[in-house]
Design a protein around this ligand. Sequence first.
Ligand SMILES: Cc1ncc(COP(=O)(O)O)c(C=O)c1O
Length: 461
Amino acid sequence: MRPTIDLPLVVDRGCGVPLAVQVAGQLREAMRTGGLKAGERLPSSRHLAALLGVSRTVVTNAYQQLYAEGWLDGRHGSGTYVADGALPYDRPAARAAEARPAVYKEAAPPGVVDLRPGRPWVLEYDTAAWRRAWRSAGEAGPDAFPDPYGHPELRELLADHLRRARAVPVGAGNVMVTRSTSNGLDLIAATLLRPGDRVGVEEPGWRAARRIFASRGAQVVPCPVDEQGVIVEALPDDLRVLYTTPAHQYPVGGRLPIPRREKLLAWARRTGAIVVEDDYDAEFRYDVAPLPALYGLDPERVVLLGTLSKSLGPDVGLGWLVAPADLLDAVAERRDQLADRTSGPVQRAVATLLERGDLDRHLRRMRLEYARRRAAIVEALGPYVRGDTAGLHVMVPLPAAVVPGLVRQAGERGVLVDTAEAHHFGPPRVHGLVLGYGSASRADVRRGCAVIRELIPPEGV
Ligand SMILES: Cc1ncc(COP(=O)(O)O)c(C=O)c1O
């Protein structure tokens, strides 16, 4: 082990962990705990390699990994800097000070039109059905021995729901009840990954997926998408896991066509990778029926993740993980070791909603409402709108130079939007706005889009 002069970094050649993973891990920790602060410059790769007595490739690989995770920024000119958004995760005050729209949890102030994606409409559920579900959930007491797979009745009901709504040929034996898609991803990562394993995540893509895999020690590999979804030819052959959103790519909005689904599965069979299918938004299509899930096309290679976060609300805390039986058993064992579980009362309440058809009715109602809001966006911004007729968001591609000013001016006029740039891990390759219509009323969607329309320069497409 050789200590460095400038930074308290050490590498241990005998511990079996790749050197680049060790270097990245220690730098990440320094940024997480505030030892390295936003804007600080890191040593050049040549200098750090010399200090550590490692090859320059080790340091460049470590920097690339941290760059992909969003910790580093190389765009200030020459040199490598700690990115502005690289916050010490264990300091809530620092997190609250983050000015970017990535702080999704905060509600918009009254009077502000919130067109940021990723939020569902939680005001229009059937209160009678909701109360009934909770009354029935309260009839049974707490369970002293929570089952890591989830309640057997709910597993049956979810399997039935997936067979009907997603044409997935699945039995209850392949279903685990989770708290959310993110919980499912974390369980898969905790079960399958060893430090340094390479995990592909769509680029641009869901930030939480990248962070979850990185927090489990994976090396995150950004995998480019086009308007139809992930580009199979661009996938490297050494991925342990690929995370993808084929039903409605987040945030570009495409739907992976059947021939590409088949190509993707052929790639997975050839390379041995596991495909994690985030069945994001699949319940919200407004034109044709959703395409069959990848899981149904190859149940031995695919893990399917679903959630009620978008259909009922993220704080309900219920999702599902569908996997081949062997893998599901391994996940259940790991889950048990981690003392991770889904609330029993929540499972009972959701079982009642499914059993009585209340969830289906709610989805039918919300589909109509979301379709109208989407139509309002298309009416206002017609030629600028991209993405399938589905889900809770659209993409508005714009020249890179236009985006920051437009976001600022929209904010000044009381309209919050998100950008495609913010969903990248590496240098942005897709530019424009990502507009969500989950949490704004139809009137607000119209108001917000009218403002955006005025701000788009005439040559804006
Ligand atoms: C791509 C994607 N998948 C899944 C989810 C839902 O995640 P969870 O079930 O963890 O709330 C979101 C939420 O914003 C998302 O953007």
